[in-house]
Design a protein around this ligand. Structure first.
Ligand code: A3P
Ligand code: MG
Ligand code: MG
Length: 362
């Protein structure tokens, strides 16, 4: 349809539009490609403590509680009244990651992308999940692309949404050691802002990626080697819900854990009222194997897809320019739009990374 309306929409799009990536390759085509991924290597870590202060050390890392099966039957609502909800730090959270990179003298000389894992979850997930819109900030400085997390507006949460979200945090508390909590003592004052973040380096296809990833807890092997464990809650499965769990939830679990090299996922299954009914330890490798056998999804399709996205992005964005990457309706393409500005948290840290001794620009 011509007319003013159509042209007006085109005009709007032209103003910010830079490039698009059509998502036209079939799963079969992507599956034929093998994308090499380097085993993620931890370079540093940092901790956000109660009150929000950040320390560039591991004080916030929690230990997995090996006898978590004793907690079966526990009520995940305990402590809900004293729960401290997550504050959205926006780009300042990214500033903390960049602050850690600077404090630990991590060189970004040969790094193509710096990002929180969450942005990569979105990119890999889009290989299969074409229903959830997302976007992220894209800022290239000195040959390195910084991907900033953008939160899209969500529907308002009701009490049950908040409770379900709390069950996840309560399970994290139950499944980890807390020296301050006596045996049998109820959980209270769960602060969802407290976190431990690992800074890892990896390579996806041709691109070296430095990534910050929140880690739930760790355990060690008999030889004393440390490994991380991802904690998840899920509604107890039945014949009607297991397929969707394996197709959608396990795909998300796998992407998140695979990207940061987390070998195990502990799932706490709960009933509709929030009672823990059982736990199951999954090996990240086995999840992908199971999904492949059932023809639900393939990890290497996600990786081949992400490789295409990173190649297109790195080849398209220009140094000292700012963009927004959008995965929008009707979801068959990714759009790169010019953005007006770069968050201060990024500008300041990039300045300090390049000129360690001078103060940041005003
Ligand atoms: P569950 O995943 O067990 O539900 P993570 O699993 O990534 O470590 O996140 C810990 C918890 O944070 C989640 O527990 C969930 O309660 C909450 N959470 C994470 N991402 C969320 C999101 N996008 N929206 C709402 N809550 C979220
Ligand atoms: Mg977590
Ligand atoms: Mg978790």
């Amino acid at each position: 349809r011509g007319g003013f309306g159509g042209r007006y929409q085109n005009y709007q799009r032209d103003e910010r539009f830079v490039s698009e990536l059509k998502l036209s390759k079939s799963k079969e085509t992507l599956a034929r490609k093998s994308t090499l991924v380097q085993e993620p290597c931890e370079l540093a870590s940092y901790s956000r403590v109660e009150g929000g202060e950040v320390f560039y050390d591991e004080r916030g890392l929690r230990l997995f509680k090996r006898h978590v099966s004793e907690d079966i039957g526990a009520d995940l609502n305990q402590g809900y009244d004293t729960f401290v909800e997550k504050i959205d730090l926006g780009s300042e959270g990214f500033g903390d990651l960049l602050g850690c990179v600077r404090a630990k003298n991590i060189s970004l000389d040969n790094i193509h992308f710096v990002t929180f894992r969450n942005n990569l979850n979105k990119i890999l997930g889009a290989a299969y999940n074409r229903h959830e819109p997302w976007e992220m900030g894209v800022h290239k400085r000195n040959g390195t692309i910084y991907l900033d997390v953008h939160k899209l507006p969500e529907r308002p949460q009701n009490d049950l949404d908040r409770r379900r979200c709390y069950w996840g945090y309560c399970f994290e508390s139950l499944a980890t050691e807390d020296p301050g909590r006596a045996y049998g003592e109820e959980i209270h004052h769960v602060d969802s802002n407290v976190e431990f973040c690992s800074v890892v380096k990896t390579k996806l296809g041709a691109h070296r990626v430095l990534m910050g990833a929140e880690m739930d807890c760790c355990d060690e092997t008999e030889e004393g080697r440390r490994f991380y464990i991802e904690l998840k809650t899920s509604r107890e499965l039945d014949d009607r819900t297991v397929e969707r769990f394996e197709r959608e939830k396990l795909l998300k679990f796998w992407i998140q854990s695979f990207l940061a090299g987390v070998p195990y996922i502990l799932v706490g299954y709960r009933d509709d009222g929030g009672r823990l009914v059982r736990t199951e330890r999954l090996r990240t490798k086995d999840i992908a194997h199971r999904a492949r056998l059932k023809n639900y999804w393939q990890g290497n399709v996600c990786l081949a897809f992400a490789d295409e996205v990173l190649c297109w992005l790195y080849g398209t964005v220009k140094d000292n320019e700012d963009y927004t990457l959008q995965f929008v309706h009707p979801f068959m393409r990714l759009e790169l739009l010019q953005a007006q500005s770069c968050p201060d948290a990024i500008t300041n840290h990039v300045h300090l990374l390049q000129h360690p001794s001078s103060p940041p620009p005003p």
